[in-house]
Design a protein around this ligand. Structure first.
Ligand SMILES: *Cc1c(COP(=O)(O)O)cnc(C)c1O
Length: 408
């Protein structure tokens, strides 16, 4: 029985797809995973076949290394199977390369792109750097201010870049509504769906036009590779694929094999990390040192109702802010953690912590929010990535580090 046939997976649950998608017999041979096909040159039978090669620019056709080989095709096909509504998936050498690849596909000089103000900072920087240099105007918007967002559209608005929850500050916006407004205005909606992945938020089904992920995070899952992806319906997928070929975007078969290995456990890792993160977020919310936990999965936290309405799942990434205290107190807390690594990125099997000060990464949103809530007094935040350790051990570690925070 060949479970890997994408058709036979239609109607299967996401966990079944995660395990089986992309495992075509013609790619795997007699083993479970597709081998690592290291190849630039693809060899032809004769000159007639050589001349045919470039003509068929289709997925799954051998031609030359830049169009990939079975290891990369298997990964792209698996990601497509996990994204309801997707016709295909383009792989990029990093998450940032995916964002740039998408922007350079759908925008041209003179266009305006609306970028959510709480986007991943390199996305914000891309607006002011790469896109501005190419004659494209970025405008930043507060995704919680729907009227303000709507008012920013003009004749030249060609695309919007969304992300939820927001980077660092974790605001949860109404993605289906913002995407619908973009569509009504004739603009393409792009979602950076790295946080939830297609398992937690089936973006195209919810009205998004192009969904992208930093595979570096959850799909890789082991903090040992960098990759990005973008998935879309037929028209936009064809455009993304053509532009990626023009830009020379390829991923190595070794990294594709690692990403496939990570993908097979994605569902169970996300479930476990979500459950642990919820326990830890709940515990933190009761602590006198904490002004607010910024975790949309937590009942009562900002954005929880929207998350519950629109999302199927979550992950281990959330933030919290201290009630008072100085930056030095906050940094002492992080330095005192024993089980949390200090480092960028997230989505691996291991827990991480970084200090956050989002004020420096916002153009139109305020930090802390000045709505009279507890947060108005809070300044210094921490972002936690909850990995696969025992949550009781992580809580004990946080508890002892809170003692260091108090020792001013
Ligand atoms: C990490 C990240 C990216 C970029 O991915 P890289 O592979 O590091 O380039 C993009 N978006 C979000 C939300 C991220 O967290």
């Amino acid at each position: 029985m060949i479970l890997s046939d994408t058709k036979s997976l239609e109607g299967a649950g996401p966990a079944t797809k995660v395990v089986n998608a992309g495992r075509r017999k013609e790619w795997t041979g007699p083993v479970v995973n597709p081998p690592v096909w290291r190849a630039s040159t693809h060899l032809y039978e004769n000159t007639a076949a050589l001349a045919e090669g470039p003509r068929h620019n289709e997925d799954g056709r051998f031609f030359y290394g830049r169009r990939g080989a079975p290891t990369q095709w298997a990964l792209a096909e698996a990601l497509t199977a996990l994204e309801p509504g997707a016709a295909g998936t383009v792989l990029y050498p990093s998450g940032v390369a995916a964002i740039a690849g998408v922007m350079l596909t759908i925008l041209k000089p003179g266009d305006v792109v609306l970028i959510t103000d709480n986007a991943y900072d390199p996305s914000r920087a891309m607006g002011k750097g790469l896109l501005t240099d190419f004659g494209i105007e970025p405008r930043y918007f507060d995704p919680l201010d729907v009227a303000g967002y709507e008012a920013l559209f003009c004749e030249r608005t060609r695309a919007v870049l969304l992300e939820a929850p927001g980077s660092l500050s974790m605001e949860m916006c109404d993605l289906p509504l913002l995407a619908k407004i973009a569509r009504d205005k004739g603009a393409i909606s792009v979602l950076d769906n790295t946080w939830a992945s297609s398992l937690g938020f089936p973006a195209l089904e919810r009205g998004i036009d192009i969904t992208l992920m930093a595979l570096t995070k959850h799909v890789g899952g082991h903090s040992d590779l960098m990759m990005g992806s973008a998935s879309a319906g037929a028209d936009l997928y064809a455009k993304l694929r053509a532009r990626a070929q023009q830009l020379g975007n390829v991923v190595s078969p070794d990294d594709a094999a690692l990403a496939l290995r990570g993908l097979r456990t994605l569902d169970v890792r996300l479930r476990q990390e979500t459950a642990s993160a919820l326990k830890i977020a709940e515990w933190l919310a009761q602590r006198p040192e904490v002004a607010q936990v910024l975790c949309p999965m937590l009942p009562g936290a900002p954005g929880h109702d929207v998350w519950k309405r629109d999302f199927i799942g979550g992950c281990g990434l959330f933030s919290f802010v201290f009630k008072g205290g100085t930056m030095a107190d906050r940094n002492r807390f992080i330095d005192a953690l024993g089980l949390f690594g200090i480092g960028y990125s997230w989505g691996g099997f291991e827990s991480l912590a970084i200090p956050i000060d989002p004020a420096g990464y916002r153009s139109v949103m305020t930090w802390p929010p000045v709505d009279g809530s507890d947060l108005a007094e809070a300044r210094h935040g921490v972002r936690l990535t909850i990995g696969l350790e025992d949550p009781a051990d992580l809580i004990a570690d946080i508890e002892q580090a809170l003692t260091a925070w108090q020792q001013a």
